[in-house]
Design a protein around this ligand. Structure first.
Ligand code: ATP
Ligand code: SF4
Ligand code: MG
Length: 348
């Protein structure tokens, strides 16, 4: 294993078959000439998640997070690259094949209102994935009730419909539905973004407990580095479909090496207005461009139009991921990013 591959899969990780392995994933939407002329939504992304590990996937809106989640789940066909679940290559499997054969992989989506069928009881919703796996009748219902209890809901919740629950309770139901088949890997696509702050904390704690009790692996998608850090051991930072930085969650959040990660850190919402204003001023003084800045060159770093450190080499050459301290970083000038960090840290 090269140093680079070692770091991508988690430095120091024991050599074992990853629960999830994604290699060189490319996803282009659409078809024909138009698809070829637009940049891919996901552009050469690789990562591993070990059994029991949580990998956080963070980036601004449109950076390709959900597209990676969909490609992993088989909801979007990759243009190139591979997805393996517990060593099994599932890249070419249809959704139908996956729902029967790949019980190891499940999902929780962001919206607790649209993700549950309003016409079905919670029991019917939880029994459905079990039925597809051949578990039927009283055994399925008993497992559904046990699943509801495991997320802190009464077993008689099975007899009610989604309209009778709050947003936080519905997200607990969505978690119970994901876990009822005893999966190994769960894709969590912004599972707490639609919830208020105190409910977010409760659901994050529940997810952490369930992961630790059952040895689950999570691909945890979020906008906010702070939320990602709470649950994840490692973080992947995504921009325009490319990995900008990846490393231990604490290092990425506390000492980012990539200018884009620094910009994300500075833009993260904080509850205190005075601190928020200080951060905004620090971000402006560091010179970061806004998300709507001009398109990057096809050959160079995608962050060029927004980056205060950019030079000619950034425009000419796409920076490869390389090890900078603890993190793999795709930046020609990562060693200089501390200069940008100073005003941001003063703004904290
Ligand atoms: N079905 C689709 N057809 C065409 N383009 C799409 C489709 N879904 C997403 N895209 C585009 O792919 C890119 C990545 O979108 P994606 O939804 O993966 O981003 P995201 O990081 O999950 O954003 P958000 O944080 O807003 O959920 C965006 O430019 C988006 O417009
Ligand atoms: S490679 Fe250049 S443009 Fe890209 S993030 Fe690093 S310094 Fe900025
Ligand atoms: Mg998304």
């Amino acid at each position: 294993m090269t140093a680079l591959a070692h770091a991508a899969s988690g430095a120091g990780a024991v050599q074992q078959t990853p629960a999830l392995r994604v290699r060189d994933l490319v996803v282009r939407y659409g078809s024909g000439r138009r698809a070829k002329s637009t940049p891919p939504a996901v552009d050469g992304v690789s990562f591993d998640i070990a059994p029991g590990e949580t990998l956080g996937l963070v980036g601004e809106s449109g950076s390709g997070k959900s597209t990676i989640g969909k490609a992993v789940l088989g909801l979007q066909r990759p243009t190139a690259g591979t997805v393996e679940v517990a060593g099994q290559d599932v890249t070419a499997m249809s959704l139908k094949q996956r729902s029967r054969q790949v019980a190891d992989l499940r999902v929780v989506f962001q919206d607790p209102y649209s993700s549950l069928n309003p016409a079905r009881t919670i029991g019917q919703t939880l029994v459905e994935p079990l039925r597809l796996m051949g578990v039927k009748g009283p055994e399925a219902l008993q497992r559904a009730r046990a699943g509801l209890e495991s997320v802190g809901l009464p077993a008689d919740a099975a007899d009610r419909t989604p309209a009778q629950f709050s947003g936080g309770q519905r997200q607990r139901i969505a978690i119970a539905r994901a876990l009822v088949c005893d999966p190994k890997v769960v894709v969590l696509d912004e599972p707490v973004s639609a919830l208020d702050l105190s409910t977010q904390a409760q659901v994050l704690n529940l997810l952490a407990d369930l992961r630790d009790q059952r040895g689950l692996s999570f691909l945890f998608i979020a906008h906010d580095l702070g939320v990602v850090r709470f649950l994840s051991q490692r973080t992947v930072v995504l921009y325009r479909g490319q990995v900008m930085e990846t490393g231990p969650a604490e290092a990425v959040a506390e000492q980012p090496r990539h200018p884009y990660t620094l910009a994300l850190t500075a833009a993260a919402p904080v509850p205190r207005p005075a601190e928020q204003a200080a951060r905004r001023a620090a971000r402006e003084s560091a010179g970061f461009g806004t998300a709507g800045a001009a398109s990057p060159s096809a050959t160079g770093c995608p962050f060029v139009p927004r980056c205060p450190l950019s030079t000619d080499v950034c425009i000419e050459q796409r920076p490869p991921l390389r090890l900078v301290d603890t993190d793999l970083t795709a930046c020609h000038h990562a060693e200089r990013s501390a200069d940008l960090g100073a005003p941001l840290h003063r703004g904290r």
